[in-house]
Design a protein around this ligand. Structure first.
Ligand code: HAM
Length: 424
């Protein structure tokens, strides 16, 4: 019977070696930047109690309603693969007592899981880089974490990212605005699509997020949140805009930006690109002043953002070359057991002396011809050759694989000093 080849689960991708160098390059720069702003790394479990996400993201959101990977563990407890990291960060801050008279600036990175319809830029397992600043009431920190993004785009040579900002106001603003929206949309009840009708009572703000073109004109005439802002939120939003102006960070106020998670208040924002088709949100975030208290911690204002690393990498590749993996500098070819023994010794010596220059040893023997073919395929710059003759003469052969010219013989005693001349 023929065995069916295994495949990945839909929307969950292998990241092959050829893309990893770019991923690492971006991650390295981002980590450097966020740490230069005082953020420290925290690593969190991939699994949390389902209830954590239901309470923080909101029971009526797309994520909780239909996108979570939720199952019972062997103890019949409902657990969920994290669809995002903010809820887990807030949970970790409470669990570990990180918030008692303290401020925390934390970053984390890793896979998130959402049962969405996969398409380019949208996956069921995707990676986020996430920062959270807890214990800060803003709007200074709001500006700082946005300005930090602008620095990243500059240093990563990412172009075509625009910033949209909005304020969702306080809890009271939201209540007031929610009622206004219900009154407004109820007038058009017969024209609402099924999804919006469902949201009318449970979460009318989410109607504003609808992508259905038939809903566009009703939505564009709906009341605007910014007209209902409480004085404090209004003032904070003005200061945020001034700080962004002062730092030369351009933005657009989008009064329809509501974000798909329930925990937000006041500042929300998205960095969007038009270079990646439909999935253009590269980095999104906002303030969540009520979340930590709602989860059982003491009242702590907080703000953060998360960026999708797949989208970041795709955008990077629009304007920049893919970064190549490190190629071996030397490929070591041997013939016979004494040469193999000497080869092992020499390879380690080269690694000790030149840790930045990778050396790959031929494994699995083979004729000189086939070994040199592999050497060429490895894209190494030089082949080091040790055969019977070299062992007899206490030498190695060094052959350039990238330039014409004869093989040169180097005495064992001089290998490191002569290689030094080539490498440096
Ligand atoms: P989010 O908008 O749901 O926010 O996700 C943040 C970013 O993750 C998006 O802008 C996008 O780049 C990426 N992303 C989301 N879903 C997918 C997917 N299915 N495939 C690929 N990339 C995706 C949050 O997760 C909030 N926790 C952000 C936050 C942090 N707010 C405050 N602190």
């Amino acid at each position: 019977m023929k065995i069916k080849k295994p495949s990945t689960i839909r929307g969950m991708n292998d990241l092959l070696p050829e893309v990893i160098a770019t991923w690492r390059h971006l991650e390295k720069i981002i980590i450097k930047i966020v740490e230069s702003y005082g953020f420290s790394e925290i690593r969190l479990p991939l699994l949390e109690r389902t209830e954590l996400f239901q309470r923080s993201i909101g029971a009526d959101t797309d994520i909780v309603e239909k996108e979570m990977y939720t199952f019972k563990d062997r103890n019949e407890k409902s657990i969920t693969l994290r669809p995002e990291a903010t809820a887990s960060m807030a949970r970790a801050a409470i669990t570990n007592g990180l918030l008692h008279n303290q401020q925390q600036k934390l970053w984390t990175m890793g896979p998130m899981f959402r049962y969405e319809k996969p398409q380019k830029g949208r996956y069921r397992q995707f990676y986020q880089f996430n920062i959270e600043a807890m214990g800060f009431s803003g709007p200074d920190i709001d500006a700082e974490i946005i300005i930090m993004c602008a620095r990243m785009w500059r240093l990563l040579n990412l172009k075509n990212l625009r910033l949209e900002i909005n304020s969702l106001g306080s809890g009271d603003t939201r209540k007031l605005y929610r009622n206004e929206l219900i009154t407004y949309f109820t007038k058009y009840k017969n024209n609402l699509d099924e999804n919006s009708l469902k949201r009318l009572e449970s979460n009318p703000l989410r109607i504003l997020d609808s992508k259905n073109p038939d809903m566009r004109s009703i939505i564009s005439n709906a009341p605007v949140m910014l007209d209902y802002l409480d004085p404090e939120s209004k003032k904070d939003f003005e200061v945020l805009k001034k700080l962004l102006d002062g730092s030369g960070v351009k933005y657009e106020v989008n009064p329809r930006l509501v974000r798909g998670l329930d925990y937000y208040n006041k500042t929300v924002f998205e960095w969007i690109t038009d270079d990646l088709g439909a999935q253009g949100a590269v980095c999104s975030g906002g303030r969540y002043d009520g979340l930590i208290e709602k989860l059982g911690g003491r009242s702590t204002p907080a703000i953060g953002w998360a960026m999708g690393i797949e989208r970041l990498v795709s955008l990077y590749e629009v304007d920049n070359k893919r970064i190549e993996n490190l190629k071996p500098y030397f490929y070591l070819v041997t013939d016979g057991n004494p040469a193999l023994l000497k080869g092992f010794e020499l390879a380690e010596e080269i690694r000790n002396n030149f840790p930045k220059n990778a050396i790959q040893m031929n494994m699995g023997a083979g004729s000189f011809k086939s070994q040199l073919k592999r050497a060429d395929k490895s894209q190494a710059i030089y082949a080091i050759i040790i055969g019977e003759e070299e062992i007899e003469n206490n030498t190695i052969g060094l052959k350039s694989l990238r330039a014409k010219g004869d093989q040169v013989e180097i005495h064992f005693d001089n290998i490191i000093s002569e290689i030094k001349c080539i490498v440096e």
